[in-house]
Design a protein around this ligand. Structure first.
Ligand SMILES: C[S@@+](CC[C@H](N)C(=O)[O-])C[C@H]1O[C@@H](n2cnc3c(N)ncnc32)[C@H](O)[C@@H]1O
Length: 922
């Protein structure tokens, strides 16, 4: 970034902040209060003193002013500070008091007007002291300045600006300032998101922060920051077209159709920036019309890389149809950027008209990601003599990083785009803005990941949650897009011969669609959240950054209901109280809404875990009242249709198990559907469901690649059978067996099977069984085994069976149906034959379509527990019965160090001894 520009933005912040430490920053074209954004970005800077909010001293205090501790939190009017920040946040201006240091009073006749702003900077040495103030901040910065430097600055300020003696400054420093700093200020450092060593001279840190704020200001603000960036006016039509072309499931026909509609809009907008000359024509009625003449000398240049089909196709459409249709006689050129060279940006080819320097250039690139290739191409055009101001850069999707990079470097060039996404992820793919509800598509990776990019804590991917310190839900605040464990995983797999481990990120915030929260505290002040690390204290987590926003909204409503209806939260020590836990699960399955709006409008299934044996217990009136309260306020008849359904679970045991065995559906739709892995899946509240639905969908789609069409599959630890059913539907499996210990999952399986396409002919069954008992019987007869165990990993008996499977001989008696296999091999089933029959569900053809003698060739291990996975993986590989072929990681739990792993193992086939060898041996 040119230093001159950097200085401008910082000076601007500083300029506004130079008053008494409470400042608003308007981006250059932001208008006053009326247009202030709904959510200004509040930055707390612990560095100076919050002079504006000193209390005026009483007559008594004035008498002994030398003993008054101005550095104690009590010296400030925190309530007023809180009020002012809230007012500014709500879009109204405030009149900040001015403190008179001579008389130790607030000036009665003057104040400073601070208008509502996009960015509010709240500066003061103690601004992190009060939790309520801290919670209002989006970002907390601690300026770490050396003690000596602080003292010398204080001496200078108090003697020069406040007319005090050096000796009195020193006395005050030793008596009050330093002790208060050590007692209140230093400990508050832990609340900072960013600590800046060396204070304001640290330009690298300040630059990072400024960049972060720029990103936070959002897409339209980028256009305010860079007058050379233009975004075409968004309409539902345009968003709709984006939604369609970004959908990975779009048909080719629709992709062509909608791209062909969208691209000309960008091109037309770009053409509007070309210079024109006035021209007069005579109309057929003989009158004169004064208009303009188009710019004649034009050239369209596309940036070409080795890209996936969709991007090349975009370019093709851009050139052939949009440009040629919009601008008759336009010349076309190409710049090929080859990314595999030294630094991934080596230029290898260019084909441009000879007179390019005389032309206006429309530079075309469908996606502007990092901006590296674009800058490279622009430099080349400038070298060829094209003036910077003659270049208009057109693209469909831009990442803020790319806009920053190009606009800063080439301020006279213009960028026209149709959407600006939120950011780039760790793999330098654009992350769609939150309004885009579809999962991130797979736009091209424009650069290979570099180590430096992952080493810097990414502020754009920071959690920024006020509950981080106390809540046990998240363990990591930065680089949500790439948990540190990914590097460990990558090395682990490399050491096992898999060097192409990939990691996919998805939503970084609002990803959790299923949350179990404890309810504790008092009815007038309920705490709804998770346990504090290592304790049984529940931390209230309103507005959790990981939760789907509608879970947060439902939690707030529940809190209100608890208060209004006087519901007693559970008391663990006494075993008393009514409401123990709540499970909130979001369904984004709503076919009445356009796909892009489904995620945002997800509805919440609320399961209230009630401290009683059943619905006839004495406190059940309150349960019904609470359910009705939720339904009345956020059910289908309310303005805010948030709640999908309400369930009750009855639990009285004193152990830590959340759910009891008894469930009751109280209100709303009974069935809860989600669309994942290409199928509609029903999930009862009692069955296991993945919390990160979007990331799970990504995983399933990857998993499909490793299962051949027509395979027979055993899905162990199956839950409701989502993996098995998704394979049955997409891979037309010959047979699918799902094995699950929790019988509550069966109804979900049955309902989901009913929704499978009728064309599926294979046999599909679900068995209520413990995988660890006689595991071999589930393995034999399947080509592919999928295991998705809980965090603790595979049962030892299953690992043993997998390790020894190659030496397994199928007894002739085992031939026949799979149920025969069970009956022969598992005496406990024989003994309980009737019950076992009841516990299995079979759909599809009667004839069993697995080869009872075949042994699995592929093992797909899905793991949510990295440590146990490593152990299981080593155990599977030690006797060489399996080899690891592929491994992929998925960001299922942003904010934590957990990742979900999909590992594919292939069974090592024993080499048959050749006749030659036999002879030799003989
Ligand atoms: C991580 S979940 C996966 C469920 C399913 N694959 C899904 O994605 O929805 C693990 C499942 O294994 C089940 N389970 C745990 N131990 C088991 C065992 N010994 N035998 C069979 N299932 C078991 C649990 O009840 C749970 O449903």
């Amino acid at each position: 970034m040119p230093s001159e520009r950097r200085k401008i933005s910082i000076d601007y912040v500083m300029d506004k902040a130079s008053g008494p430490h409470f400042s608003g920053l308007h981006t250059p074209t932001a208008s006053a209060d009326a247009n202030a954004p709904n959510h200004p970005f509040v930055i707390g800077v612990s560095g100076g003193t919050a002079d504006s909010f000193y209390r005026g001293l009483t007559a008594e205090e004035l008498k002994r002013v030398h003993e008054y501790n101005f550095d104690h939190p009590d010296a400030f009017d925190t309530e007023q500070l809180l009020n002012y920040v809230l007012t500014l946040k709500s879009g109204q201006s405030v009149q900040v008091p001015i403190y008179d240091f001579k008389h130790h009073q607030r000036s009665s006749d003057s104040f400073r007007q601070v208008n509502a702003s996009d960015v509010i900077i709240l500066e003061g040495i103690l601004v992190f002291h009060d939790q309520r103030v801290r919670n209002l901040m989006n970002m907390r910065i601690f300026v770490d300045t050396d003690d000596d430097v602080r003292l010398s600055r204080r001496i200078k300020r108090d003697t020069v600006e406040r007319g005090r003696e050096v000796s009195s400054v020193l006395e005050q420093y030793a008596k009050f300032v330093k002790p208060a700093f050590d007692e209140f200020v230093l400990p508050s450092k832990k609340y900072a998101d960013v600590i800046i060593p060396r204070g304001g001279e640290n330009h690298v840190a300040i630059d990072l922060i400024v960049q972060h704020i720029h990103t936070k200001l959002g897409q339209h603000d980028l256009c305010k920051i860079y007058p050379n960036a233009y975004i075409i006016q968004s309409t539902f039509q345009i968003t709709g077209m984006h939604t369609l072309i970004r959908d990975r499931e779009i048909s080719k026909h629709d992709f062509v159709f909608y791209s062909d509609r969208l691209i000309p809009l960008v091109v037309e907008h770009g053409l509007g920036h070309l210079p024109f000359t006035e021209k007069q024509v005579i109309t057929p009625t003989g009158s004169m019309y004064t208009g303009v003449d188009f710019c004649k000398k034009l050239c369209g240049v596309s940036i070409v890389r080795r890209l996936q089909f969709s991007v090349l196709f975009f370019l093709y459409l851009l050139e052939r149809f949009s440009l040629r249709a919009c601008c008759k006689g336009i010349k076309i050129g190409k710049i090929l950027i080859h990314r595999d060279g030294d630094d991934g940006k080596q230029l290898i080819y260019e084909k441009l008209p000879k007179d390019i320097s005389e032309r206006h250039v429309l530079l075309l690139d469908p996606v502007l990601a990092t901006g590296n290739s674009a800058n490279h191409a622009i430099e080349l055009l400038i070298q060829k003599g094209v003036p910077e101001s003659h270049i208009i850069f057109l693209n469909l999707i831009s990442a803020p990083e790319g806009i920053h990079r190009v606009c800063k470097r080439f301020p006279s060039l213009k960028i026209v785009t149709s959407e600006i996404d939120v950011a780039l992820n760790g793999e330098f793919r654009v992350i769609p803005a939150p309004t885009t509800a579809s999962p991130p598509p797979a736009p091209p990776s424009l650069l290979p990941p570099t180590t430096s990019a992952t080493a810097i804590p990414s502020l754009t991917c920071a959690l920024q949650c006020p509950h981080f310190e106390s809540c046990s839900g998240c363990t990591h605040e930065f680089n949500l897009h790439r948990p540190v464990i990914v590097d460990e995983a990558s090395n682990f797999f490399k050491s096992l011969g898999v060097s192409d481990f990939t990691f996919d990120s998805c939503r970084l915030w609002g990803w959790r669609c299923r949350a179990k929260l404890a309810v504790r505290g008092l009815s007038e002040n309920p705490l709804i959240g998770l346990y504090e690390e290592g304790s049984h204290n529940v931390v209230d987590i309103p507005q959790c950054k990981a939760h789907h926003p509608n879970i947060n909204a439902a939690v707030e409503l529940l809190r209100k209901g608890i208060r209004e209806l006087n519901i007693e939260p559970y008391d663990e020590d006494e075993g008393t109280g009514d409401l123990r836990y709540v499970q909130m699960a979001v369904t984004t399955y709503n076919t009445a809404l356009p796909a892009a709006e489904r995620y945002r409008n997800g509805r919440v299934q609320v399961s209230l875990v009630w401290n009683s044996r059943n619905e006839k217990s004495s406190n059940s009136d309150k349960l019904n009242a609470l359910a009705n309260f939720l339904w009345r306020n956020a059910g289908p008849r309310s303005n805010l249709h948030l709640i999908h359904s309400v369930w009750a679970n009855f639990q009285t045991s004193t152990n830590n198990i959340i759910f009891g065995n008894r469930w009751r559906h109280l209100l709303g739709e009974r069935d809860f559907w989600e669309h994942v892995g290409g199928i509609d899946m029903s999930l009862d509240p009692s069955s296991f469901g993945q919390a990160n639905t979007r990331a799970f969908d990504n995983l399933l789609r990857k998993l499909h690649k490793y299962v051949p069409f027509g395979a027979s599959v055993a899905d162990l630890y199956a839950g409701s059978g989502v993996i098995g059913l998704s394979l049955a539907a997409t891979k037309k499996c010959r047979s699918v067996k799902c094995i699950e210990i929790n019988k509550e999952s069966r109804p979900s399986f049955e309902k989901s099977v009913d929704r499978l396409p009728k064309s599926i002919e294979g046999s599909i069954s679900w068995h209520n069984a413990d995988t660890s008992i006689d595991p071999l019987s589930w393995l034999v007869g399947s080509d592919v085994i999928v295991v998705d165990p809980p965090r603790k990993g595979l049962d030892t008996s299953l690992i043993d069976a997998l390790r020894t499977i190659s030496s397994h001989k199928v007894k002739p008696s085992l031939k026949g149906s799979s149920s025969n296999i069970k009956e022969e091999k598992r005496p406990w089933v024989l003994r309980e034959r009737e019950r076992a029959k009841e516990a299995s569900v079979q759909v599809g053809r009667e004839t069993v379509s697995e080869d009872p003698q075949s042994l699995p060739e592929t093992l797909i291990y899905i793991s949510c527990g990295w440590e146990s996975f490593k152990e299981d993986c080593k155990a599977l590989l030690t006797n060489k019965s399996w080899r690891l072929e592929k491994a992929h990681g998925f960001n299922f739990f942003p904010g934590t160090q957990s990742i979900e792993v999909l590992a594919v193992f292939k069974r090592s086939l024993k080499k048959k001894k050749t006749g030659k060898k036999k002879k030799k041996q003989g």
